[in-house]
Structures are given as structure tokens and as C-alpha cells.
Design a protein around this ligand. Structure first.
Ligand code: SF4
Ligand code: FES
Length: 255
């Protein structure tokens, strides 16, 4: 168990925790954008900066990637932190001035539109979609190009063969930059140029899942649970409830 000092408070850190985790667990607010609790840390947006005072090289570091090492002393709201976060917010605002999420975030950090040339993007290159796709083992999207031309794309900008239209990228994108058009019969991932038919629930016949999603479930869930992947959420709940109602404790086990 390590102990770190944040804003003058001595706080315990569990093994493997980052400074951001310790701050949030103790109610110390730190703004984030590229961070997502279900994804690997990336350290791209620099909004979560904190100022290290001692216990490590002094200066500004991203708290989502900084391990909470024993004896670390840091500030989350020092003048240097506030000014760096404001600059980051101004840059984000220049890149994505139409994004309500970015506008709200910038307003909260006291950032206003500046003379920085504006773009009209929604994607702020946080990489959440890329990491979500990679975490599922699908790897349909990745960053391409460098510098100002950097963006997220499918290989060669051709209709994606690999996208399974699971919409994990849509659910983690903080700015709504990725769109899925869902009809009764199919899902279309607009940016990735992927259209996938929906397969029907084995019980009620409602279309609900793409073939790729079903394969993924069958490959990754515990042996014996795969048949549930063929059922829509409603039928899956009913089947699970039925299975539990039939479960009888072994002798000697009290319910
Ligand atoms: S599309 Fe969304 S999730 Fe992906 S990098 Fe851009 S802002 Fe982040
Ligand atoms: S949230 Fe830490 S760098 Fe983006």
C-alpha cells in the first residue's frame, strides 16, 4: 500500500492505481477526456494534468497515466495546472467549436474562443474508439497520418471488412463523432462504411445482433454460456431467470 499527498491530504493508494484514480476515489475532481474507466490509459488529451511537487520529477504530468507511487506529493489545482488545462481547453475548442461537450468542458475551465484558427471537427483524437475496438480484439479502426492530418479511420478508407458494427466506438466517443444508423434490419456504421444485417433472436425472432457480435460473444464468454448469445436481451433475461429458479442449492448449502 502506497501513500500520496494530494492538495495537502495524505491519501492511501492501492496497488496499480494511478494518481487520477486516487483523486477520484477521494472526491477530488480532475477533468478528463481521453480517459475511460474501461479502457487502457492513454494520456492524450492532457486535461487531467496535475503538478508534481516532490517524490518524482517535479512538473506537470497527466494523472491518468502517472502511477500513485509512495511519497508522491502533487497539486490538482495549482496556478500552473489551471493555466495548462485552460490552454488545452482553448485548443480543443478551436478544433471542435460545434461540439456541445467540448463547449461545456471549456466553459467549466474558463476557456473562451481565441485567435487559434478554427477547425470544424467533432473528433478530438482522444483514441477511445481505437482502444475500445482493440480491447475487443476487432481492431477495425486506428489512427492514420501524422501531425495536423492525424485522424481515426478504417484501412485505406475503404468499406471496413473487419467492423462488426458492435457500436462500442459510439458508446465511448465523448463528442458523438461516430454515427450508427440503426434500422429494424441492419446497423450502418457511417464513418467506417460498414453495413451489417441484424440476425434474429433464436426465441422471439426479433433482429438484434450482427453476425460479428455473435461470433465475438461465442469466442469470449465462458464455456456453457454461449447459447445465451443467440438470444435478444429480453429473452436472455427470461432464460437466466428461468435457470436461477431451477437452481437448487447442494445439500449443506443454505440459500
Ligand atoms: S472518434 Fe470519438 S472516440 Fe474516436 S478519437 Fe475521435 S473523439 Fe475520440
Ligand atoms: S484524461 Fe489524462 S491525458 Fe486525457
Amino acid at each position: 500500500m502506497a501513500a500520496i499527498t494530494l492538495n495537502g491530504r495524505l491519501l492511501e493508494a492501492e496497488a496499480g492505481e494511478k494518481v487520477l484514480d486516487v483523486a477520484r476515489r477521494n472526491g477530488i475532481p480532475v477533468p478528463t477526456l481521453c480517459h475511460h474507466p474501461g479502457l487502457s490509459a492513454y494520456g492524450a488529451c492532457r486535461l487531467c494534468l496535475v503538478e508534481i511537487k516532490s517524490g518524482f520529477r517535479p512538473g506537470l504530468v497527466s494523472s491518468c497515466t502517472m502511477p500513485a507511487i509512495d511519497g508522491l506529493v502533487a497539486e490538482t489545482e495549482s496556478p500552473a495546472v489551471k493555466s495548462a488545462r485552460k490552454l488545452v481547453a482553448e485548443l480543443l475548442l478551436a478544433r471542435a467549436p460545434q461540439s456541445p461537450e467540448i463547449r461545456a468542458l471549456a466553459a467549466g475551465l474558463g476557456a473562451e474562443p481565441t485567435a487559434i484558427p478554427k477547425k470544424d471537427e467533432l473528433c478530438i483524437l482522444c483514441g477511445r474508439c481505437v482502444r475500445a475496438c482493440s480491447a475487443l480484439g476487432v481492431n477495425a479502426v486506428s489512427f492514420v497520418r501524422r501531425g495536423v492530418k492525424r485522424r481515426v479511420a478504417v484501412p485505406f478508407d475503404k468499406p471496413s471488412e473487419h467492423c462488426i458494427a458492435c457500436q462500442a466506438c459510439v458508446s465511448v466517443c465523448p463528442t458523438g463523432a461516430i454515427k450508427a444508423k440503426i434500422t429494424h434490419e441492419k446497423v450502418e456504421m457511417v464513418e467506417w462504411q460498414a453495413r451489417r444485417e441484424l440476425q434474429r433472436c433464436a426465441v422471439c425472432q426479433t433482429p438484434f445482433v450482427t453476425a460479428g457480435q455473435r461470433d465475438l460473444v461465442e469466442r469470449t464468454v465462458e464455456a456453457g454460456h454461449q447459447p445465451l448469445g443467440a438470444l435478444c436481451p429480453k429473452c436472455r433475461r427470461l432464460e437466466t431467470a428461468k435457470a436461477y429458479s431451477m437452481w437448487e442449492p447442494a445439500s449443506g448449502v443454505s440459500g
